[in-house]
Design a protein around this ligand. Structure first.
Ligand code: SAM
Length: 295
């Protein structure tokens, strides 16, 4: 059989070369369990000339555990802009540079987006090694609809801004958004965030995923009311991802019903104004939905 007999087979695609010849490679790393370092991630890191780390001391533990001694440099929120030009020069010179964050997939609630945008704008090579991601792992364990989902990063830390953010999402739901919502949250803020979520979204299905891939991994599922009540007395520890299921069908029908009735006797603009005043929903959102229904 010739050497290249399987060159175009699916197997060949699945086991193809791990490391790109040059360019930037975004490498996902474990979210708590060192056993989760993908083999291609290890290969790509070992083949790099430089590893950019959100925190070099944090990544040193991982790199030493997997026997990688490649030079590291920090790339974090505060130096990312200043580092872009020298990194682009190195990439133009054909260097292989890996980017890792403290945990999981770089860029997702982590540094790197501005660098990636610059690399793409310059037309330089870029690739990624997929791997652990807390939001997706929490989603698939939550028992909530897996798609569509909307990942929102961390909610605002202060209650007023958080309530406003949840209110905007609730208004978007009334205007038609129907997705499982996902946030990161700090353990010391979880209880108050769940209270604000329940105020905005009501007693709907939700989940709290904690310490995923670690010894105390736990996914608590229930209504927002039950979860808020549980965490009001049980201070959680560790890393936390919170998920809220999509609205019940009735929510959307409420807005659609009110708009349909108003549209029977009013112009789109007037119907939107009337329903906006009656529901307290932003006029722009109601108008957009009225236009859709009007069509
Ligand atoms: N880039 C990471 C990823 O792809 O998952 C996320 C980084 S973000 C700065 C860190 C947050 O992710 C934590 O505060 C927590 O909300 C969530 N997280 C990280 N590891 C987790 C884990 N093992 N279990 C649950 N949530 C986790």
């Amino acid at each position: 059989m010739p050497d290249d007999a399987y060159a175009d087979s699916p197997e060949d695609e699945q086991t193809g070369s791990a490391a790109p010849c040059s360019g930037l490679v975004l490498v996902s790393t474990p979210i708590g369990n060192l056993g989760d370092i993908p083999p291609r991630a290890r290969q790509a890191l070992a083949a790099s000339d430089l590893i950019l780390c959100e925190d070099t001391r944090h990544s040193a533990r991982l790199l030493s555990a997997i026997g990688i001694g490649v030079r590291t440099e920090p790339l974090h929120e505060h130096n990312e802009d200043a580092r872009i030009a020298p990194i682009l020069s190195m990439l133009r010179a054909g260097r292989r540079i890996a980017l890792v964050s403290d945990a999981g997939t770089p860029l997702v609630s982590d540094p790197g987006y501005r660098l990636v945008r610059a690399v793409i704008a310059e037309g330089l090579p870029i690739s990624a090694i997929p791997g652990p991601n807390a939001a997706v792992m929490a989603l698939v364990l939550s028992g909530l609809p897996p798609q569509p989902f909307l990942f929102l990063g961390f909610p605002p830390p202060r209650s007023a801004a958080r309530r406003a953010a949840f209110g905007t999402l609730r208004a978007a739901e009334r205007a038609g958004l129907s997705a499982t919502l996902i946030w990161h949250e700090a353990p010391h803020r979880l209880a108050e965030t769940l209270v604000d979520m329940e105020a905005a979204f009501g007693p709907r299905a939700a989940a709290v995923a904690r310490e995923l891939t670690k010894h105390f991994e736990e996914v608590r599922r229930g209504t927002l009311t039950a979860l808020a009540s549980h965490y009001a007395t049980q201070a959680p520890r560790g890393e936390i991802t919170v998920l809220v299921g999509p609205p019940e069908q009735d929510d959307q029908e409420d807005l659609d019903g009110a708009l349909t009735r108003a549209l029977a006797t009013h112009s789109v603009k007037d119907a939107a104004a009337l329903v906006s005043a009656a529901t307290g929903l932003p006029r722009k959102l109601v108008y957009a939905r009225a236009l859709e229904l009007g069509r």
